[in-house]
Design a binder for this molecule. Structure first.
Ligand code: GSH
Length: 92
């Protein structure tokens, strides 16, 4: 039996709060695929909330902040789109 390793993912951060069911869906996908993505709680950290508003433009979670190697930043909303992004881009 092989044990899947946790995969640290650079350039990504998930904005979330713990009681949000849509965030839980995304976090379960991260757990399933062993994706280690830094979490940014917007409920207890107002700086994270301000970053989300300034960058993404909406006070809605989950939101995945994606920064590519060139420094371009994309803010991806919608739990289903985030999970699809994981499958397409981060899971092999
Ligand atoms: N369709 C969205 C729904 C996300 C959503 O409603 N999140 C709630 C928290 S559980 C939220 O951020 N509400 C605040 C708002 O939409 O302004 C998804 O699937 O991600």
């Amino acid at each position: 039996m092989s044990v899947r390793q946790v995969k640290p993912v650079t350039g990504h951060q998930l904005y979330y709060f713990s009681s949000c069911p849509y965030c839980l869906f995304v976090r379960l996908a991260m757990l399933w695929w062993r994706l280690k993505i830094p979490l940014k709680d917007i409920m207890f950290n107002s700086a994270n909330n301000a970053d989300l508003m300034a960058g993404g433009g909406k006070n809605q979670v989950p939101c995945l902040r994606i920064e590519n190697e060139g420094g371009d930043v994309r803010w991806l909303y919608e739990s289903i789109d985030i999970v699809r992004y994981f499958k397409t881009n981060l899971v092999n």
